[in-house]
Design a protein around this ligand. Structure first.
Ligand code: ATP
Ligand code: MG
Length: 356
């Protein structure tokens, strides 16, 4: 089955994720998949929580922290700014304290506590997570493509349950600390009895949102997770291990995409020895991939002769991933090595309707 056939055959899929080690092509494929699905007339949001602003790079637009930005017809992209969210949290906490105790100014001791709590890594994670939940719960798109950070982190996000627990522990901890402060500010207190309920309600609300989004992440009807790998020994090993681990978290792994395949047809040309050797080595690894993942390999994407940036290049990758139906390529094709390869082992193999 090809990747294009996969989406045709699974119309319920709404959430798409590419996972894999750092630098293998997750962002590139997220952008290309967004491009393809948008060209098919679907409204698509590609979003990322990567502070490296990699979607800004590939779309050649500064979208970091700007909300959902329209990149092309039907194609939207969003880069979440966790810091901004943390600042908003802090403000919320301050406002609540001011409200609860009828204060004008937050006491220094409490302010210090707010600052210290915000510096905790768990705070950043929960801020990011909260934004992701917002996006998903809000709705409005046919497809959501979640451009993940490298494997380890991705797993962390995917094992949401533990993140929630950490989050709720933290809130409970904060709650306990607040109780201490209650004593400190007791002299200026106004109300106190309903505040316990309020916090409990909030926790329940958070829990409900969390359940909804974690349900989505492990829902094999709506969510599809694809692993990106390259024909290299270590990467194959790591991918195999990661896939086992992900399966334990019930992540619906729907296929594998092999990236950076050097077109075999180059062997017919007068190419340097080292390139010849590289192709030979890749052939061995591609065989291993074939044995190991077989039909679950949904596309093979060639090595291009430049980084993938801008719509023109994204379109080329989309073509390699999905075949010629990848919508109109708006500009003249760029000179891209392998982009027009006709070898069965490259992206064009899958372009012809899926060689596997
Ligand atoms: N087939 C390809 N041919 C040429 N360059 C590629 C190809 N695929 C990806 N690249 C380039 O490799 C680099 C890494 O790709 P990308 O950013 O998509 O990886 P990533 O998995 O998202 O990385 P990270 O784990 O850091 O988020 C980018 O510069 C991208 O343009
Ligand atoms: Mg990336």
């Amino acid at each position: 089955m090809s990747l294009a056939d996969f989406f045709k055959a699974n119309p319920d899929v709404r959430y798409i994720m590419y996972g894999g080690k750092g630098g293998l092509g997750k962002t590139t494929f997220s952008a290309a998949t967004g491009y393809y699905l948008a060209s098919q007339g679907y409204k698509v949001l590609v979003f990322s929580v990567d502070p490296q602003a990699s979607l800004s790079d590939i779309f050649e637009r500064n979208i970091f922290g700007q909300g959902e930005v329209e990149i092309a017809p039907n194609l939207y992209a969003c880069e979440i700014d966790a810091d901004k969210r943390i600042k908003a949290y802090q403000e919320e906490v301050r406002a609540r304290i001011r409200d609860m105790y009828g204060m004008e100014q937050i006491p220094e001791e409490i302010e210090n506590y707010i600052q210290a709590a915000s510096a905790e890594p768990a705070m950043e994670e929960s801020a990011i997570f909260d934004e992701v939940v917002n996006i998903v719960v809000k709705g409005g798109y046919d497809y959501y493509i979640y451009d993940l950070v490298p494997l380890g982190h991705a797993l962390y996000y995917l094992s949401m349950a533990s993140v929630y627990d950490a989050w709720i522990d933290r809130i409970t901890g904060l709650r306990e600390q607040m109780r201490e402060y209650d004593k400190v500010v007791a002299t200026v207190r106004r109300q106190k009895s309903t505040e316990e309920d309020q916090i409990l309600n909030e926790l329940l609300y958070i829990k409900e949102r969390i359940n909804k989004s974690s349900g989505i992440l492990t829902d094999s009807k709506q969510t599809s997770f694809f692993f990106v790998l390259t024909p290299e020994e270590m990467i194959i090993l790591d991918t195999t291990k990661a896939a086992e681990l992900f399966a334990k978290f019930s992540v619906p792994i729907r296929g594998y995409i092999v990236n950076r395949v050097i077109p075999r047809r180059l062997l017919e040309d007068n190419i340097p020895e080292y390139l010849r050797n590289r192709i030979g080595m890749q052939a061995g690894h591609l065989e291993t991939i074939e044995k190991q993942f077989g039909e679950r390999v949904l596309a093979r994407v060639p090595e291009f002769d430049s980084d993938i940036r801008g719509m023109k290049n994204i379109a080329r990758v989309a073509e390699a991933l999905f075949g010629n139906g990848a919508g109109p390529v708006r500009q003249a094709p760029a000179v891209v090595a392998g982009g027009g390869a006709d070898d069965g082992d490259t992206g064009d193999g899958s372009a012809e309707g899926g060689d596997r």
